[in-house]
Design a protein around this ligand. Structure first.
Ligand code: ACO
Length: 402
């Protein structure tokens, strides 16, 4: 790769790969995917083992630092995060400016970008102590910001974080709790959400992570770079797919639950009709995360006593897809977003919060990639080339000649 890059630069040649289908933008030691075999590993550890035995904060430490923490390292990391969960009081007022019906994703990305204005002592990407401080601040404050984005949308008062609680418990309490009523966190929900965050924690050079790297390649600070990633995540072809899946399932239910009719519209490539939550640029096999999520959906809905027609519709769609030549020939399988929304819904989250939950999970991966890039002394600013297709040269006509 480096040899080819040098050769192209010296000869003035340019390669064209729209959508970066075959082009590696970086070397990375964080996450390994074998899309044909359906394998995903963080720092060498299989996703199945991490989902079963680890915790979200431990995985965050692993992704960012490269190794699993010892018990005392994890305790130190957790304590630091717990000390930084509060938002500056002025930043809390920032939420007042948004309309009540705002989608929580732009509220989230704007507030994260605003952290650069409130925490100016941790903006230097080349100072390891400042990078560590901004890392801790982000991990600690994103759940608070996410909960406030929700509270804003339902017109309820913000709750201060309770630092005696773990990250996921605290987030659930700030989201669903009310000042006058003690909120009892369901440990099954905590466990399932923590595990879902692990599954979302990194996925190598996806659209949002590549965005974080590209913004950060100009030596922009961590908060601003992550804000860029949150915006990239919002699109329905990326993290926004979890919301789009639920809307699709609802639409199928509303129109009588005919999955075959919907699948025909997908296969006929009716404008705007896709099987959301299916397909992936890298996986040409079952997404290993989707397999775990599907199993969890069954378990958690049962534990919570939720009977959701949409789960049956989703399973029906998958069954049709896995035996249909359109999907088989294109190697289209469920991705991570296909079943997550059903779990989030059973937990009580409104559809518009789903992509916010994805962002909470993906944060450590974004930070790990931004840090890996900044630690590389040979790193260059990201600056793709283009194939120009416009006019060659033409003379400027004065206004009276047009
Ligand atoms: N429904 C129907 N057809 C599909 C789907 C789908 N979900 N996904 C891909 N296809 C078809 C395409 O129309 C194309 O068909 P063609 O060869 O006849 O033209 C073929 O499969 C290849 O698809 P591409 O769009 O070229 O694949 P690409 O790698 O560019 O896109 C993507 C991947 C964006 C994920 C796509 O599969 C998609 O739009 N899926 C639905 C949205 C979604 O679930 N996104 C979440 C992805 S996971 C994540 O980001 C967390």
């Amino acid at each position: 790769g480096v040899g080819l890059g040098k050769f192209l630069a010296e000869t003035g040649l340019t390669t064209f790969d729209g959508g970066f289908v075959n082009t590696a933008s970086t070397k990375s030691a964080i996450t390994y995917i074998d899309g044909d075999a359906g394998i995903l590993r963080y720092r060498g550890y299989p996703i199945e083992q991490l989902a079963k035995g680890s915790s979200f904060l431990e995985v965050s430490y692993l992704l960012i630092n490269g190794e699993l923490p010892t018990p005392s390292e994890l305790e130190g990391f957790t304590n630091k995060i717990q000390r930084h969960t509060l938002l500056h009081e002025d930043l809390k007022r920032f939420f007042d400016g948004f309309p009540r019906n705002a989608h929580p994703m732009p509220v989230l990305s704007s507030a994260v970008n605003a952290l650069s204005a409130y925490y100016q002592d941790s903006l230097d990407p080349k100072d390891p102590e400042q990078v560590e401080l901004s890392t801790i601040r982000l991990l600690a404050k994103l759940p608070t910001i996410a909960a406030y984005a929700y509270k804003k949308s339902v017109g309820q008062p913000f709750l201060y974080p309770d630092n005696s609680q773990g990250l996921v418990e605290n987030f659930l309490r700030m989201t669903f709790g009310l000042p006058a009523e003690p909120y009892v966190v369901n440990p099954d929900i905590v466990k399932a959400l923590d595990m879902l965050f692990i599954l979302h924690a990194d996925h190598e050079q996806n659209c949002s992570t590549s965005t974080v790297r590209l913004v950060g390649s100009s030596q922009a600070n961590l908060f601003t770079s992550i804000s860029g990633g949150i915006n990239a995540l919002w699109g329905p072809l990326h993290g926004g797919a979890n919301q789009a899946v639920l809307e699709m399932l609802d639409e199928i239910k509303e129109s009588g639950g005919d999955t075959k009719d919907f699948m025909n519209r997908v296969k006929n490539k009716e404008a705007g009709v896709k099987l959301m939550g299916f397909g992936h640029r890298v996986y040409k096999n079952y997404d290993p995360r989707a397999a775990i999520v599907k199993e969890t959906a069954d378990q958690i809905l049962q534990i919570l006593g939720v009977n959701d027609d949409l789960l049956d519709i989703a399973k029906g769609l998958e069954e049709v897809a896995l035996s249909d030549d359109y999907f088989i020939s294109r190697k289209l399988y469920p991705n991570v977003d296909f079943y997550t929304g059903l779990i989030y819904r059973a937990m009580g989250f409104p559809t518009r919060m789903f992509t916010v939950l994805f962002a909470l999970g993906r944060l450590p991966g974004w930070i790990a990639h931004w840090s890996e890039m900044n630690a590389d002394p040979t790193g260059k600013i990201g600056r793709p080339r283009q194939i120009y297709t416009g006019y060659t040269e033409r003379d400027y006509p004065n206004m009276d000649q047009r």
